[in-house]
Design a protein around this ligand. Structure first.
Ligand SMILES: C[S@@+](CC[C@H](N)C(=O)[O-])C[C@H]1O[C@@H](n2cnc3c(N)ncnc32)[C@H](O)[C@@H]1O
Length: 358
């Protein structure tokens, strides 16, 4: 029987370990000097108000990017990494679960993650990340395929575009025969699992490598009164901790290959070489005969100019493990004019691949 992880210890931002005494900065300080300190690799500690930190970051941005932002993509990317690197030297004091600065936003994660009495330091970008995550967590996010809101836990992937959810929803509606046991591989906030339960799948295992994702799912299961006979959570690197054979494996994997320059540390977005071969080989061993895979993918890697390889097409061409049952495509919804990032996104489409085990 599959063994379920109950530890539930989340990954949280690591406080800074200071190698030297930080410089202090306040509202009245010389911001140009403070920007230089950051760029020289010195720690700078905000001592009075949250807004002082925001102001200093905005000055740093001006200094790093100059006036012509986004003019040249490669240059912009280098500037962006430089900005991230320098901004990590800007520190905020945290004590007993609170930000030690006036007029700071309330960030409930701090109380849960850093209740210690002794002062610690988080970088300003870490604090901003915690703040934005807290807002999503307390307000929740509404998906067009679910009546309840989901409340993603800190560090959990949750989709902000819905095309793949709508594709999966229409696929689920077409299923006539009963699905007994399904696995939601890389479940993130669990949205695909909740969709499956709504469509009568008898039992779902939501699995992810990221411990925070499982905490997120368990909390939402409690909110929705879903008990563990219907849905279980398991922390596993692909199928490492999973034993039972399944009728269906659903996977919305990372869509982009890790770049050779090391960009792409985020496991939710980027996959490493060999990832899909491992997935298909392990999936083959964890499916009942005639069991199916539903893989949600897109041509994002091609439209973003990464490469022309497509992991599902390669799998079908090179190995004799699965046969294609169906491929449904949907043009990716455009963002509004205001938020649209790049024009070539117009060529993006989302795919649902249904494969059957040979
Ligand atoms: C694009 S997100 C999909 C999340 C969710 N299923 C959805 O459709 O919105 C990919 C998920 O795969 C997980 N993941 C990445 N590598 C993994 C691995 N080796 N084993 C298990 N999960 C993994 C990530 O943590 C992330 O939650």
């Amino acid at each position: 029987m599959t063994e379920f992880n109950k530890a539930g210890i989340p990954d949280i931002p690591e406080p800074a370990v200071l190698k030297h005494k930080p410089k202090s900065v306040e509202k009245k300080s010389d911001m140009d000097q403070a920007v230089l300190w950051l760029m020289e690799g010195k720690y700078v500690l905000v001592e009075d108000e949250y807004s002082t930190g925001l102001r200093l970051l905005s000055e740093l941005k001006k200094k790093v990017f100059g006036k012509q932002m986004k003019e040249n993509f490669k240059k912009y990317r280098d500037q962006r990494s430089a900005y991230h690197f320098f901004s990590n030297n800007l520190l905020t004091p945290i004590k007993a679960g609170e930000v030690g600065l006036d007029k700071s936003p309330e960030i409930g994660w701090l109380e849960r993650f850093y209740p210690e009495k002794a002062e610690i330091y988080l970088s300003f970008p870490q604090l901003q990340g915690l703040n934005s995550s807290w807002q999503w967590y307390i307000n929740g996010i509404k998906y067009p395929v679910l009546s309840e809101k989901l409340h993603p836990y800190y560090g959990t992937y949750f989709p902000t575009r819905f095309d793949h959810l709508l594709l999966f929803e229409s696929w689920l509606k077409q299923q006539n025969s009963k699905i007994n046991l399904a696995i939601d591989m890389g479940a993130g906030c669990g949205i695909l699992s909740f969709q499956m339960l709504n469509h009568g799948v008898q039992a779902v295992i939501a699995s992810d490598i990221n411990p925070n994702a499982l905490l997120s799912i368990r909390e939402d299961m409690d909110r929705m009164n879903i008990d563990s006979s219907k849905m279980k959570t398991i922390q596993s690197d692909l199928f490492q901790k999973i034993n039972d054979p399944h009728d269906l494996i659903v996977f919305n994997p990372p869509w982009l290959p890790v770049k050779s320059n090391g960009e792409g540390l985020d496991d939710a977005i980027y996959y490493r070489p060999g990832f899909f071969d491992r997935f298909f080989s392990e999936a083959y061993d964890h499916l009942k005969p005639e069991g199916r895979i539903v893989l949600l993918f897109s041509n994002l890697a091609q439209v973003e100019g990464y490469h022309d390889e497509h992991p599902v097409i390669s799998e079908l061409a090179l190995n004799n493990r699965f046969k294609k049952v169906d491929l449904i495509k949907r043009k990716a919804a455009q963002k509004s004019k205001k938020t649209k990032r790049r024009d070539h996104r117009k060529k993006e489409y989302i795919e649902l691949w249904e494969l059957r085990r040979h």
